[in-house]
Design a protein around this ligand. Structure first.
Ligand code: 5GP
Ligand code: ZN
Length: 114
């Protein structure tokens, strides 16, 4: 837990946010500033930072992130129409929150990446 991290605070419930799904290691909320009709954030409870510093203690969470994404694809009925998953790492990627999280974007045809 990082005391000044918004996602840590949502994870422990000190900042209220509707939790759409959770498992042992991660939870899912809607992005506060959606970039698509469906814009979800899959967030580990534990504060993982820089992707390049991850070690084997992340493996269980990694599996649970994919489990969460699978469940959200079914719950949001986007399994067949498709969705994009994105991790922003660092300033050139536009990362705003330095607590590892995965974006799920869906609900319309998405522009090509660049
Ligand atoms: P990043 O740019 O770090 O990959 O993504 C951070 C995302 O978190 C942004 O899309 C931003 O809109 C979202 N966000 C920032 N603060 C909050 C918050 O307090 N609640 C929610 N639900 N989303 C947030
Ligand atoms: Zn955090």
């Amino acid at each position: 837990m990082s005391s000044d991290c918004i996602f840590c605070m949502i994870g422990v419930g000190s900042i209220k946010s509707e939790i759409l799904y959770n498992n042992d290691t991660c939870f899912v909320i809607r992005d506060i500033d959606p970039k698509a009709p469906i814009h979800l954030l899959v967030i580990p409870y534990k504060h993982f930072g820089d992707l390049t510093n991850l070690t084997s203690d992340f493996y269980e969470t990694l599996c649970d992130i994919f489990e969460a994404m699978k469940n959200m694809a079914l719950q949001m009925q986007i399994k067949d129409t498709g969705y994009r998953i994105v991790i922003n790492q660092g300033s050139n990627a536009g990362q705003q929150v330095e607590h590892l999280h995965v974006h799920m974007l869906a609900g319309k045809p998405l522009s090509t990446m660049g």
